[in-house]
Design a protein around this ligand. Structure first.
Ligand code: BG6
Length: 502
């Protein structure tokens, strides 16, 4: 079999020139994620030529101060800064307030910059601001004429919206409606950084570019599926956001839902963003709705004081910025069912939590046991069924476990794992998740972004659960406490144990 990679023949070699306008440029996300991602693309020669970056926020700074502020933050890091000055020559800064006049001035400034730098009127607007400003900025951009695409040749306008996209179905619908007042769906890029992870993208390739898995990828052969995003860290300094979000909004509505749909979706009729999004939407539509009679299908938890690696850890309620009687869940286990032909009655266990013993992100496909009693007669009941793991963290890997006979005269079976780890087979510079989504936005490719209907369907599924958990009289009964550094609350342990190897 040839070992040379087969690459996307459609990939444009040359990106169109553009300006990236970052709102919230004095904030943490810009300095921690966006600028390093853009810089890493620059040093790998993946940025368009020419390009400009315009940082906007309320802080008063000039171009030089902006460049210096960013550089100061990187001096202590391991970032290779040899080409920083060359990159920084493309960095500009405009103080802005969120009103009409300020956005009209910004429009004039961008037109002038276009003339000077030949970026041809192509613009990406990245909203790295608190979610309450998404609609405000989209409206002001629209009113200033910045959402309009010019038809003669160049001049596209794209908007990148970070998560959280809404906080429930109603607010997501409203936000979509506001964006659509000025931007067409093709101009909107709703980020989910999980989609940019290599193994997550590989899930579709693994399933649909190999013919051996698809015939057994269904209820006849699969016992259950697990989607796990366990985190070792606690809420850190993000309590302000997390208190109004909790694990269901923070991880389930977006990241876990994407992992679920990639595992469960039907093959799209072709590999284009729209065909893939159509199939994803069908899966979310087929999720069996939660109802209070089926309440046993969800378990919520919150970490209390505990310890990990011998270090004492405070409980969630003692974290800075958290209400002392907070009922915000930091852990959830959901058992969900997809009511379609392929998945009828196969449980999908979705698990995510903070302050668990270690960080682990993976999809577990547990196959059914062999149908006959052939080996049971000899070996008893403990025959392990095959398991396939698509791991995103700590390794980007795919592992398949199967039984082997150990050498010798007696019949002993032992599970062995066939392992494929990205880092062992693919060396060289890789793009981080943020760089990947920015690059796709520059190319106008929507494959790694949420489409309007997907977002709304996902909220529609989650809404009744959120209502139940938040408005319900029995919230304190729903919430189980677990000591930090353990695998979640007691009622969830058995299921968690099914999905972990230890
Ligand atoms: C973010 C959540 O979207 O994803 C965080 O807001 C979470 O709470 C993070 O820690 C996890 O991402 P990753 O890539 O570290 O698994």
């Amino acid at each position: 079999m040839p070992s040379q990679p087969i690459c996307d023949l459609r990939t444009a070699d040359v990106l169109e020139p553009c300006t990236i306008v970052i709102f919230g440029a004095s904030g943490d996300l810009t300095s921690r994620k966006l600028i390093p991602a853009l810089y890493s693309m620059f040093i790998q020669d993946r940025m368009p030529t020419p390009f400009t970056i315009v940082g906007c926020s309320r802080t008063n700074m000039n171009d030089e101060e902006f460049r210096e502020k960013l550089l100061a933050g990187y001096r202590e890091t391991e970032m290779d800064l040899t080409r920083w000055h060359e990159f920084a020559a493309n960095l500009h800064y405009r103080p802005i307030i969120y009103d009409t006049a300020s956005f009209q001035q910004l429009a004039a400034y961008l037109r002038q910059l276009d003339q000077e730098t030949q970026t041809k009127g192509n613009r990406i607007f990245d909203l790295s601001v608190p979610p309450r400003l998404y609609a405000v900025i989209a409206t002001l951009l629209g009113q200033a004429g910045l959402a309009e695409e010019q038809n003669h040749g160049n001049g596209w306008a794209r908007i990148i919206v970070e998560k959280p996209f809404g906080r429930d179905l109603q607010s997501a619908i409203e936000l979509n409606a506001t964006l659509h007042q000025y931007f067409q769906e093709e101009q909107i890029f709703r980020i989910d950084h999980y989609l940019a992870k290599e193994t997550v993208q590989n899930t579709l390739i693994f399933r649909f570019a190999n013919s051996i898995f698809e015939p057994i990828w269904n209820r006849n052969h699969i016992d259950f599926v697990g989607v796990v995003a366990a985190e070792e860290l606690g809420v850190g300094s993000r309590a302000g956001y997390y208190e109004t979000s909790g694990v269901l909004r923070d991880m389930f509505q977006n990241h876990l839902m994407q992992l679920l749909v990639l595992t469960a979706m039907e093959p799209p009729w072709n590999f284009t963003a729209d065909a893939v999004q159509d199939e994803k939407a069908k899966v979310i539509r087929s999720l069996r709705q939660f109802s209070s009679e089926q309440g046993s299908r969800i378990c919520l938890g919150q970490y209390s004081a505990g310890s990990n690696h011998g270090e004492p850890l405070i409980g969630y309620r003692s974290e800075q910025g958290v209400k002392p009687d907070s009922l915000t869940p930091t852990f959830a286990l959901m058992e969900v069912y997809i009511d379609n032909w392929r998945w009828h009655n196969v449980p999908f266990y979705l698990i995510s939590g903070k302050r668990l013993p270690r960080k682990e992100t993976k999809i577990v496909i547990q196959f059914k046991e062999v149908p006959t009693r052939l080996f049971r007669e000899i070996l008893g009941e403990t025959i392990h069924a095959n398991r396939l793991i698509i791991e995103t963290y700590p390794d980007e890997a795919i592992r398949l476990t199967f039984l082997t006979k150990t050498p010798g005269t007696s019949i002993c079976l032992r599970p062995m794992t066939m392992d494929f780890a990205y880092r062992e087979h693919y060396k060289g510079a890789t793009l981080d998740a943020y760089a990947r989504v920015l690059l796709d936005c520059m190319e106008g490719d929507h494959m790694l972004f949420w489409r309007e209907d997907g977002i709304e369907l996902s909220w529609a599924f989650l809404d009744p659960i959120l209502r139940e958990c938040e408005e319900c009289r029995a919230n304190d009964q729903h919430l189980h406490f677990y000591p930090a550094g353990t695998w979640g609350p007691e009622p969830a342990r058995k299921t968690v144990g099914l999905l972990l190897d230890d």
